[in-house]
Design a protein around this ligand. Structure first.
Ligand code: SF4
Ligand code: SF4
Length: 76
């Protein structure tokens, strides 16, 4: 088989990385803090005046989306 057609592990990882959608927190946030303990990568922190997501650490799991009472977590 031609080398050109062979998929390598680092190519698959790159595809997975570009397929991720980071999340952000909108102005709808009421700063309840419920999302912080749900995030598996600890990328949500209290901000001023609303909570913020460190987008480079977000793995697109949507746990924050599920717990937020005001639907403030959206794709960035
Ligand atoms: S989608 Fe998952 S990883 Fe990203 S901020 Fe929300 S809980 Fe954290
Ligand atoms: S759960 Fe929603 S309202 Fe509460 S801090 Fe997180 S983003 Fe803000």
């Amino acid at each position: 088989m031609s080398d050109v057609l062979q998929l390598k592990p680092d190519m698959l990882l790159s595809f997975w990385e570009v397929s991720l959608v980071a999340y952000k927190i909108t102005d709808a946030c009421i700063s309840c803090g419920a999302c912080v303990s749900e995030c598996p990568t600890d990328c949500i922190a209290e901000g001023d005046p609303i909570y913020v997501i460190k987008e480079e650490d977000c793995i697109d799991c949507e746990a924050c989306v599920a717990i937020c009472p005001v639907n403030a977590c959206e794709p960035a």
